[in-house]
Design a protein around this ligand. Structure first.
Ligand code: GDG
Length: 481
C-alpha cells in the first residue's frame, strides 16, 4: 500500500524485445517522471498505468525498473486500445479539446470502453492506495477516475491534472456524455489546468451543464454545481453534487531544466556543418499531429522562399516529426500532406546535395535533439492549439547566452509565459510569415534586441521548472489556498 499514487494512462517504461526474443522494460524518462520521482521515493509511492503493450504474454504483476518506483500495470486488450485509446481518447476527446481542428467522432461503443477502462484504473488505484493516501490522476484519458475513486475510497485525497487545453463550454457541450465527464472530474479535490483560461472554460461549463436545481428525472442530464465558480487569480471553488468543495486552479507545466545538459560547441558546429552551414537554420520538433501546425509552417517557409524573402541557398529547415497515433485516419492524412509539402519544397528550391527541408520521421535521441535546439537560429512552434508546448521551453533552455529566436503560436499555452517570443496566429499564413521574417530580421539587424528577448525566455524557463510545477500542485492539494 502506498501513501502517494500516480495514475496515468502510460507507465513510464517501454517494453524492448532483445535479439533472443525475450523482452525487458526500459525506463522512458519524461518530465513528469523526473518531477514526480522525488515525491514517489520519499513516500514509497507507486505508479498505476498501462505498460504500452496489448500483448498479454507479458506478466502483469507489479514490478520495478532499475529505478525504485513501484509500477502497477493495468492491462488493455487490443479492443480496449482501439476503442478507449485511439477511439474515445484520441478521435473524440483530443479533437474536441483542441477546438475541432478536425471533427471529433462521437461513437457510443468507444464511450462504453472508455468508462470500463477508467473503472479498471480506478479499481487498481483503490487497491494500492493506503488509508488517507494522496492519488494524483493525469490527463484526458482518465477523466472518470476521480469520480469512481471517490466512491470506492472516500478517505483518499484526489488531484487531477489535464495536460491538454480545456475547450470553451460551447464546444464541450457537443459531447454526448458531457455530464458524466464533468461528474468524473468533480470527484477530485483539486482539478488543475495549465492556464487560468482553461480553468475558466471548465468553470463556466460546470455552471451550464449543471442547470440550477439538479436532476428531476433521475437521468444524469443535469448536474448540480452551485456556488461562485469564478476564477479569482489562479484558483476558484466549485461545489460538487455531493456538497464537497472542489478547487479548480491553474498550474502551468514546464520542463526538467536540470536534466538537460548543454551540448558541447563541437556537437553544435557538427550539426551546422552537416547541414551545409546555412545562414538561417530553422527547426521544428513535434509529434506528427494535426494540432501542431507543421504543414502551415512549411507553407509559410515555402512562400518566403518563393517571394525571395529567404534565399534557398542560405536556408535550411530541419523538421523532426515523431511518429504518433498512426492508425488514426486523420494522423495518416496529416502525415501525407506534410510529406507532400516537404517533397514539393525540396523539388522547387533544393539543389543536388542541398535540400532545403531535412525531414526526420523518427524519434531522435535526446542528445541529438539538444544539439539541434542549440544549433537552430529560429525555432518554429506554430500549433493551432496546444495545452502548453514543452518544445518551446526546451529551445529557450538551450539558449542561455541569448542566441536564437522563438516563433511561437498565440494558441500554445506557452505563449502566455513566453511573451518575448515572436508570436503568430497560425490560422493566418501572413502572420506566420511575418513572425518568421521578423525573427530573422531581428537576429541579423537588431542583435541586442534578439538577445534581450531570448535571455528573458531563458530566465522564465529557468525559474519555473517542472519540479516547481509538481510542488505547487501537491502543496495546493494538501492545503488549498
Ligand atoms: C502534451 C500536450 C503539453 C518530441 N520529439 C522527440 C522528443 N520529443 C519530446 C519533446 C517534448 C515532448 O516530446 C513533446 O511535448 P509537447 O509539450 O511539445 O507536446 P505533447 O506531446 O503534445 O504533450 C502539451 C504536454 O502534454 C505536457 O503537459 O505541453 O501541450 O499536448 O519534451 O522534447 N524527444 C526525443 N526525441 C524526439 O524525436 N528524445
Amino acid at each position: 500500500m502506498s501513501s502517494f499514487v500516480v495514475v496515468a494512462n502510460r507507465l513510464p517504461v517501454d517494453s524492448v524485445t532483445r535479439p533472443d526474443g525475450s523482452h525487458e522494460w526500459v525506463p522512458s524518462p519524461g518530465g513528469l517522471v523526473t518531477a514526480l520521482s522525488p515525491v514517489l521515493k520519499e513516500h514509497e509511492g507507486c505508479w498505476v498505468g498501462w505498460p504500452g503493450t496489448t500483448d498479454d504474454t507479458h506478466p502483469l504483476e507489479p514490478f520495478r525498473t532499475e529505478d525504485v518506483i513501484l509500477l502497477h500495470p493495468v492491462s488493455l486488450s487490443a479492443t480496449d486500445y482501439e476503442e478507449f485509446y485511439e477511439g474515445f481518447s484520441n478521435a473524440t476527446l483530443w479533437p474536441l479539446y483542441h477546438d475541432l481542428i478536425v471533427p471529433p467522432i462521437y461513437e457510443r461503443t468507444w464511450w462504453h470502453t472508455y468508462r470500463e477502462v477508467n473503472l479498471r484504473f480506478a479499481e487498481h488505484a483503490a487497491k494500492v492506495a493506503d488509508h488517507g493516501a494522496t492519488v494524483w490522476v493525469q490527463d484526458y484519458q482518465l477523466q472518470l477516475v476521480p469520480g469512481i475513486l471517490r466512491q470506492l475510497r472516500p478517505d483518499v485525497k484526489i488531484g487531477f491534472f489535464l495536460h491538454i487545453p480545456f475547450p470553451s463550454a460551447d464546444l464541450f457541450r457537443q459531447l454526448p456524455w458531457r455530464e458524466e465527464v464533468v461528474r468524473g472530474l468533480l470527484g477530485a479535490d483539486v482539478i488543475g489546468f495549465h492556464l487560468p483560461s482553461y480553468a475558466n472554460n471548465f468553470l463556466s461549463l460546470a455552471r451550464q451543464v449543471s442547470g440550477a436545481s439538479g436532476s428531476h428525472t433521475g437521468q444524469p442530464d443535469t448536474l448540480t454545481v452551485h456556488g461562485t465558480a469564478r476564477m479569482r487569480e489562479r484558483n476558484a471553488i466549485v461545489e460538487a453534487p455531493d456538497g464537497r468543495r472542489v478547487h479548480v486552479a491553474a498550474f502551468p507545466i514546464s520542463i526538467d531544466i536540470g536534466s538537460m545538459s548543454q551540448p558541447d560547441a563541437q556537437a553544435v558546429a557538427d550539426i551546422r556543418r552537416r547541414l551545409g552551414n546555412p545562414r538561417h537554420l530553422f527547426l521544428g520538433v513535434d509529434r506528427l499531429d494535426y494540432t501542431k501546425g507543421i504543414l502551415q509552417r512549411l507553407e509559410a517557409v515555402e512562400q518566403l522562399l518563393e517571394s525571395g524573402s529567404l534565399d534557398p541557398a542560405e536556408t535550411v529547415l530541419v523538421q523532426i516529426a515523431t511518429p504518433s497515433r498512426e492508425r488514426i485516419a486523420q494522423y495518416r492524412k496529416e502525415r501525407r500532406r506534410v510529406e507532400e509539402a516537404v517533397g514539393r519544397i525540396n523539388g522547387r528550391f533544393g539543389q543536388l546535395g542541398h535540400p532545403v527541408v531535412h525531414y526526420v520521421h523518427r524519434t531522435v535521441p535526446k542528445s541529438e535533439l539538444s544539439a539541434c535546439y542549440a544549433a537552430a537560429d529560429v525555432m518554429l512552434v506554430t500549433a493551432f492549439k496546444d495545452g502548453m508546448n514543452l518544445v518551446a521551453k526546451e529551445y529557450a533552455a538551450m539558449h542561455p547566452d541569448g542566441s536564437g529566436a522563438l516563433v511561437l503560436s498565440e494558441f500554445a499555452g506557452a505563449a502566455e509565459e513566453l511573451p518575448e517570443s515572436f508570436l503568430c496566429n497560425p490560422h493566418d499564413l501572413e502572420s506566420v510569415k511575418r513572425a518568421i521574417y521578423n525573427a530573422v530580421y531581428t537576429l541579423e539587424h537588431q542583435p541586442e534586441e534578439a538577445q534581450r528577448r531570448m535571455r528573458a525566455l531563458h530566465t522564465q524557463v529557468h525559474e519555473h521548472d517542472v519540479q516547481l510545477w509538481a510542488r505547487s500542485f501537491l502543496s495546493f492539494l494538501k492545503e488549498p489556498a
